[in-house]
Design a protein around this ligand. Structure first.
Ligand SMILES: Nc1nc2c(ncn2[C@@H]2O[C@H](COP(=O)(O)OP(=O)(O)OP(=O)(O)O)[C@@H](O)[C@H]2O)c(=O)[nH]1
Ligand SMILES: [Mg+2]
Length: 388
């Protein structure tokens, strides 16, 4: 019988996690034979929209730690199982689900409609498929259970009580940038004068010798990139050539290539040699080229200092580190997180993160015609097109 189906919503082996979608009248009861919840009751008693964390165990073998979301129970029971993304793990789960009575089928779009997923739900599931860290997955799992309802509530409120509806929509986009970074990762660029220790710091943050570090100034030419996890946060980290004014020829080209990365950065970590006398003059060539992006300044080589330099560069507060020994790294990570995530951002609170949705809400809220009844109609039409 083909009444119970499983589909793989994520590309094989491309993300840190995999998402399997199961549907059928007794999908929850079938999965229960292999799912051991760590907390909470049986899947059949779980409210639609809720998530359970637990283990998949088959014939005494632990296959994976997973999140199971009961997406809906009408017109069919639909479950989403979020597992680790390795090819073998996903294959093993599909095989196990086959033993339980789920037929594997490859046509994904059909399932989207079966679950009547809204664009918001689709955005969350798609993001789960490319999430790189557990922290991102946890954020998305929380959104999966709360965001669609909160969007629906805000739209209803907008019709009945426009000013409360506006406030509810504003709350949904208040921390959208933080959420986007947590979902899709942040671009963080290391920049500064030659020989300041950028490549050494890059290697320490990456956890391996990905960039060449050397006592000779001008070692880094082409910028180097690595995907890393910093405090559970997905980051694409760039190491760039040292910036100085008198550079010519190849050196100048290398500096220009590195500086071009700054324009699209979410954050720049400016690295200086804290032991090389007054830091302010050595900071000038970089500061002159710095676009308007958040900055964390760092005074490196603290293991060499006889006397600590002032913890500022001009007006800019700076964190002391030793890329060589790792001293001060946790303070640097805290400063980085403080710039990548807004102070008020709560990962378990509903928050829109997809730029398309955030822009639709911004457009609706900023439309000049928003006042009185016309506003309600306009906002509802605009938002309805995107969210329902
Ligand atoms: N004592 C000490 N030396 C360091 C530290 N960080 C880097 N160095 C040394 O400083 C020199 C330059 O380090 P790099 O990491 O290559 O510096 P860079 O900023 O990438 O240099 P360019 O690529 O030339 O711009 C090397 O000899 C490193 O071993 C540190 O924290 N303490
Ligand atoms: Mg370098």
């Amino acid at each position: 019988m083909d009444t119970h189906r499983v589909q793989l919503l994520t590309p094989g082996g491309a993300g840190a996690i995999g998402v399997l979608r199961m549907s059928g009248p007794r999908a929850d009861r079938l999965l229960e034979r292999a799912f051991q919840p760590v907390s909470g009751g049986a899947l059949a008693t779980v409210e639609a929209g809720s998530v359970r964390y637990g283990r998949i165990v088959a014939a005494g073998e632990l296959i994976d730690d997973v999140l199971v979301c009961v997406v809906c129970r009408e017109p069919d029971t639909v479950l989403e199982l979020t597992c680790h993304g390795g090819v073998r793990v996903v294959e093993r789960l599909i095989e196990m689900l086959g033993d339980l009575g789920f037929r594997f089928c490859a046509d994904v779009p059909d399932l989207w409609s079966a679950a009547a997923a809204t664009p918001v739900e689709r955005a969350i599931t798609a993001a789960l498929g490319r999430a790189r860290t557990e922290r991102s997955v946890r954020f998305l799992a929380a959104q999966r259970s709360r965001l669609p309802d909160r969007v629906r509530e805000a739209l209803t409120l907008l019709r009945d009580d426009p000013s409360s509806g506006r406030a509810a929509l504003e709350a949904l986009i208040a921390h959208a940038e933080s959420a986007r970074r947590l979902v899709d990762g942040a671009r963080v660029v290391l920049a500064g004068p030659p020989n300041a220790g950028k490549s050494t710091l890059f290697n320490r943050l990456v956890g391996r010798g990905a960039a060449i570090a050397c006592h000779l100034a001008g070692t880094t030419r082409d910028w180097v990139r690595a995907d890393v996890e910093i405090d559970g946060f997905p980051v694409t980290l760039y190491d760039t050539a040292g910036v100085y004014e008198e550079a010519e020829g190849l050196d100048r080209a290398a500096i220009a290539a590195g500086l071009s990365q700054l324009n699209s950065a979410d954050l720049v970590i400016a690295v200086f040699d804290g032991g090389a006398g007054d830091v302010f003059p050595q900071a000038q060539p970089l500061l002159r080229h710095l676009p308007d992006v958040p900055l964390v300044a760092c005074l490196n080589k603290s293991d060499q200092w006889d006397r600590p330099p002032p913890p500022r560069i001009g007006d800019l507060p700076a964190v002391s580190v030793s890329a060589r020994t790792g001293d001060g790294l946790s303070a640097l990570v805290a400063a980085v997180m403080g710039r990548l995530l807004d102070r008020g951002f709560r990962p378990d609170e509903p928050c829109l993160f997809s730029p398309e949705h955030v822009n639709a809400v911004r457009d609706a809220l900023s439309d000049r015609r928003i006042s009185g009844k016309a506003a309600v109609v306009l906002a509802e039409t605009l938002l309805g097109r995107v969210f329902t």
